[in-house]
Design a protein around this ligand. Structure first.
Ligand code: ATP
Length: 364
């Protein structure tokens, strides 16, 4: 197994669009890395550059330490799966899976048959070898596409939105299945999706792309809890964002004037007074309590940010409940908390507390 390395990779399409702007990425052997970002940010172009379907305008692509920048796709030893499966409709499932090995001319009939059977077991579809693709469901066809990509033992697996055309339930099943198979054989994998939930749940690391660049590369929990930029905070999951100007920094805490409210937040080392910043607070970090009948609050403490608000929206998410609150100065806050905590309902008045240690400041 082997890693993938991109160094200073840029891609300008004929017509002038600079789709990828000098990206660097080192993917370790056996790692599952997801390129995630909004439509048009350059994910597919980056993946196609690794596969060899696009030649970078600048930069170097290495697979297993070898410079493959100018090599055609078939010499790169990668397996690719696309959104539309692209199985050959006139061939049997066996012939589809055998295709890459047959084309290479390097294997005997016995080796190919044994490998096809092994791949069908891996994707848990033994016994479908004689069928044609139209005799399988969408999810089964996608497993066969994966088996076909893996059969020639590629050095890396490249997946371009492979689950996008499946319905939600099947998609979630296939997320687990795909990860199981990837971990079982330990293959280096690059996965492209614009679905942030899929990226957060499946990957060892995510590379969050925006306008041809990587905004942040890291493990899901780091990228979610410690976003480097406002874009990352906003794109991945839900974020309460307070934009403002730093007016004071004291003992590792910053005071940020956001116009209508002042927010205190733990402060990164290099921050300066006068900086334009965004204070990010994830919904799980916001706390609230029903306001007592006399209008007083039970939770306010000296070092916390406290707001008064009303509950305007509530929905159950299974093990947690999402609330939307409108604060007295007209801001909407999103709060998620475990199901079964004190019952509050639409219209209730609450006192909202945000601990400065649960805030993260990013510079504009
Ligand atoms: P999506 O999620 O919609 O697939 P993406 O992040 O994968 O988007 P790319 O397909 O890599 O984005 O496209 C990046 C930019 O390059 C877009 O502005 C797109 O219009 C442009 N682009 C893509 N392919 C070509 C091409 N063959 N010729 C010219 N421009 C292209």
């Amino acid at each position: 197994m082997s890693g993938i390395s991109l160094q200073g990779v840029s891609k300008r399409y004929p017509g002038g669009i600079l789709a990828v702007k000098g990206v660097d990425l080192d993917i370790e052997s056996g790692e599952f890395v997801t390129l995630v970002g909004p439509s048009g940010c350059g994910k597919t172009t980056t993946l196609r550059t690794i596969a060899g379907f696009e030649t970078p305008t600048d930069g170097t692509v290495r697979i297993d330490g070898k410079d493959v920048t100018d090599m055609p796709p078939y010499e790169r030893d990668t397996g690719m799966v696309f959104q539309d499966f692209a199985l050959f409709p006139h061939m049997t499932i066996h012939e589809n899976i055998a295709y890459g090995m047959e084309a290479s001319g390097e294997y005997t009939r016995e080796e190919i048959d044994a490998r096809v059977a092994e791949m069908l077991d891996l994707v848990e579809l033994p016994g479908v070898g004689d069928r044609t693709p139209d005799q399988l469901s969408g999810g089964q066809q996608q497993r066969i596409a994966l088996a076909r990509a893996l059969a020639p033992r590629p050095k890396a697996l490249l997946l371009d939105e492979p689950l996008a055309s499946l319905d939600k339930q099947l998609r979630e099943q296939m997320q687990v299945e795909l990860r199981r198979i990837q971990q079982e054989i330990g293959i280096t994998t690059v996965f492209v999706t614009h679905n942030q939930e899929e990226a957060l749940t499946m990957s060892d690391r995510l590379a969050v792309m925006n306008d041809g660049r990587f905004e942040q590369v890291g493990p899901p929990e780091v990228v979610y809890d410690e976003p480097d930029t406002r874009f990352v905070a906003d794109f991945l999951g839900t974020a309460n964002i307070f934009d403002g100007t730093v007016t004071a920094i004291e003992n590792g805490y910053a005071t940020v004037d956001c116009g209508d409210v002042t927010v205190r937040s733990q402060s990164p080392g290099a921050l300066e007074t006068g900086s334009e910043v965004s204070v990010i607070v994830r919904p799980e970090r916001v706390r609230f309590e029903a306001t007592s009948a006399d209008g007083g609050t039970r939770t306010a403490t000296e070092r916390s940010n406290v707001f008064q608000g009303d509950i305007t929206f509530k929905r159950h998410l299974g093990s947690s409940v999402e609330f939307r609150l409108e604060t007295s100065n007209g801001r909407e806050l999103v709060v998620v908390r475990r199901s079964g905590m004190d019952e509050v309902t639409l219209g209730d008045s609450v006192s909202v507390t945000i601990d400065p240690d649960d805030c993260r400041i990013v510079e504009e």
